[in-house]
Design a protein. Structure first.
Length: 293
C-alpha cells in the first residue's frame, strides 16, 4: 500500500473517531525464541495494512526490533531523563508506517525517579505528536523485573513460544509469574518455528490447557509462524520478511496474524501515548513496591 493510500486510511479512521490504540507487549520465557523477529514483522504487516505502528524497543544491547529493521539508535530514555536530548529525537522512522522508540535500559529507573521527574517524563510523552493505532513493546528479558512496567501497562500480552520442552516450561513460568505476582489473567499465544499446523495445534492445546487449569488464566491461541529459511535470511539482511520476500510462507502468516489482531476488541482509550506512559510509570512504582515487599 502506497503512502498516499495509507495516509487516507489513517485520516478516515480519525474522522470516524477511531482514536483508541492497542498496546501489545511481546514477551517470551526463553532467549532466542524469535520474539523480536515476530514483533518487527508483525509491525510491518500492520503498517502495510494502513495502520500507524510504534515499536517500543526495550533491548539494551542493540539486538532488538530497532536492529531487526536496519535502524541505528542515537539515544535512549536515560539521555532524555539526564537532559542530553529531547524525546522526539529518540523516535526512528522505519518502513511502512512503522516508527521505533529505542529506550535502552532507561525504564529500569522509572520506579526510582522522584514524583516530579516521573510527571515531567509522562508529560513529555503526552506532548509527542505521534498518531498511533498499535503500540508493540519488544521486551528485552522475559524474566527481568525492570522490564515489567511495560508489560503491566499493556492492554495485551503476547507470549512467543518455540517448540521444545525447555521453551514450554520457561513460557509457562513466565505466565505463572505474571499471573501470581501482578494479577495478569489474559494472554495471547503465538507459536514460532513450527514444522506443521498439526505440531502447532498440539503445542498450543497442551500449553493453553495446562495454564488455564492450574493458573486460572485465559490463553488465546493466535496461530503459528512456520520454520522458514526466508525469515532467517531476512533477519540476516536486517529487514522484514514481509518486505524482502512477499510470497514467503512466513509472510503469509504474519499478514494473517495482523488481520486477526485488527479484529481484537478495542481497549478503553488511553487518549495518547502519554496516557500509556502514565500506566508505565505506575507499573514502575508497583514493581519497586513489590521488590521492597
Amino acid at each position: 500500500m502506497d503512502k498516499f493510500a495509507t495516509d487516507q486510511a489513517a485520516g478516515l479512521r480519525r474522522l470516524l473517531g477511531q482514536t483508541g490504540f492497542q498496546v501489545i507487549t511481546v514477551m517470551s520465557g526463553q532467549q532466542g525464541s524469535g520474539k523480536t523477529a515476530a514483533t518487527a514483522n508483525l509491525a510491518v504487516a500492520l503498517g502495510r495494512s494502513g495502520r500507524d505502528v510504534l515499536i517500543i524497543d526495550q533491548d539494551q544491547h542493540g539486538r532488538g526490533a530497532t536492529a531487526a529493521l536496519g535502524l541505528t539508535p542515537r539515544h535512549d530514555v536515560a539521555d532524555v531523563i539526564e537532559g542530553r536530548c529531547t524525546l522526539e529525537s529518540l523516535i526512528l522512522n522505519g518502513p511502512n508506517n512503522v516508527q521505533v522508540l529505542p529506550i535502552g535500559g532507561g525504564f529500569s529507573r522509572l520506579g526510582k525517579l522522584s514524583e516530579r521527574d516521573q510527571e515531567w517524563l509522562a508529560q513529555s510523552f503526552n506532548r509527542l505528536q505521534c498518531g498511533v493505532d498499535v503500540v508493540l513493546v519488544d521486551m528485552e528479558e522475559a524474566t527481568d523485573p525492570d522490564a515489567l512496567p511495560l508489560g503491566l501497562a499493556a492492554s495485551e500480552i503476547m507470549v512467543v513460544l518455540q517448540p521444545g520442552s525447555a521453551a514450554i516450561t520457561q513460557g509457562y513460568t513466565l505466565v505463572k509469574r505474571l499471573a501470581h505476582n501482578f494479577g495478569k489473567r489474559q494472554f495471547r499465544l503465538l507459536l514460532n518455528r513450527m514444522v506443521s499446523p498439526e505440531q502447532a495445534q498440539a503445542v498450543a492445546h497442551n500449553f493453553s490447557d495446562t495454564a488455564e487449569r492450574y493458573l486460572n488464566v485465559s490463553v488465546d491461541y493466535l496461530g503459528y509462524i512456520p520454520l522458514d529459511e526466508r525469515l532467517t535470511r531476512a533477519g540476516r539482511l536486517r529487514t522484514s520478511v514481509v518486505d524482502a520476500f512477499p510470497v514467503a510462507v512466513s509472510t503469509s502468516q504474519f499478514r494473517k496474524l495482523a488481520d486477526g489482531l485488527l479484529r481484537w476488541p478495542q481497549p478503553a482509550s488511553l487518549g495518547s501515548v502519554g496516557g500509556f506512559m502514565q500506566r508505565v510509570i505506575q507499573g514502575g512504582q508497583l514493581v519497586e513496591a513489590y521488590r521492597r515487599g
